[in-house]
Design a protein around this ligand. Sequence first.
Ligand code: PBG
Ligand code: MG
Length: 332
Amino acid sequence: MNRQYPTSRLRRARSANFARRLVRETTLNADDLILPVFVIEGENRTESIDSMPGVQRMSIDLLVNKAQRLVELGIPAIALFPVVGENKKSLSADEAYNPDGLAQRAVRAIKAATPELGVITDVALDPFTSHGQDGLLNEQGYVMNDETVEVLVKQALSHAEAGADIVAPSDMMDGRIAQIRAGLEIEGYVNTQILAYSAKYASAFYGPFRDAVGSASNLAGADKYTYQMDPANGDESLHEVRLDIDEGADYVMVKPGMPYLDIVRRVKETFQMPTFVYQVSGEYAMLKAAAQNGWLNEQDSVLEALMSIKRAGANAILTYYAEDVANWLSTK
Ligand SMILES: NCc1[nH]cc(CCC(=O)O)c1CC(=O)O
Ligand SMILES: [Mg+2]
């Protein structure tokens, strides 16, 4: 027998916990996490979401308490998604830029109570349109680009005025980053950051989110294929990201997460930009359902999924598991 067989033993570095820790290439910690939250009107109110067990819509006062806990856990930022009643929805989505709207009030309350927590707002019209699309429709039912962008700019400015640290356009209209950036500069919000949902795919994994914000019933089976990306496309994501960087985005995003890790890797390698990834509602629902059935170990599989997103190139991850993960990591 050849005494040098095998030439290399990669198992040596796996043979003890200390060695595994020394060679570990990727780490996950609370600094990587952003918690998306659903906000509702009222006081001391929560509502559960059938397709997202463990996630609750909550009123602003409860959200402020939650923000305090996130700061204690070391989570850097929160992403707000307002859920308003049908009476606030219209064809023109005017409620989107109401200076005293739900999102704007939530931003003010959180920044007043926990100024150190980064607040990210969603810039898109779907919570406020009666049809659930992210933009304004023409007579043929097509989402109009430039008319929508005008409203998005007003919405983003109302968020900045309320004190949002980061505005995050999730609408996929063309040219909106440039217009929002110009609006912010003109109004003097030179340090308001833009997180561009640059490569946002027309994904079936957004289903539970649409239940959470109530846009599923308004959409009534309609799709978003004329503005969100075709899941079949990869090169196109680089084109989308390049435009958003050129237009003034501070951070770019790939969404969803786990089915799109090839895109995350390509975007990171091509642009070396801060790249955020959204582990979306459907990814949460899959993991949660399997865990609730006893089919997956929840903590291990969630940590593995998030670690994989980071390994692919993510700098930060929006995840409904953020608070759980920070708790798990702090007791590990
Ligand atoms: N502007 C809409 C928006 N913003 C975030 C999500 C999905 C997030 C998730 O599934 O967790 C969606 C859904 C959609 O495009 O229909
Ligand atoms: Mg684009």
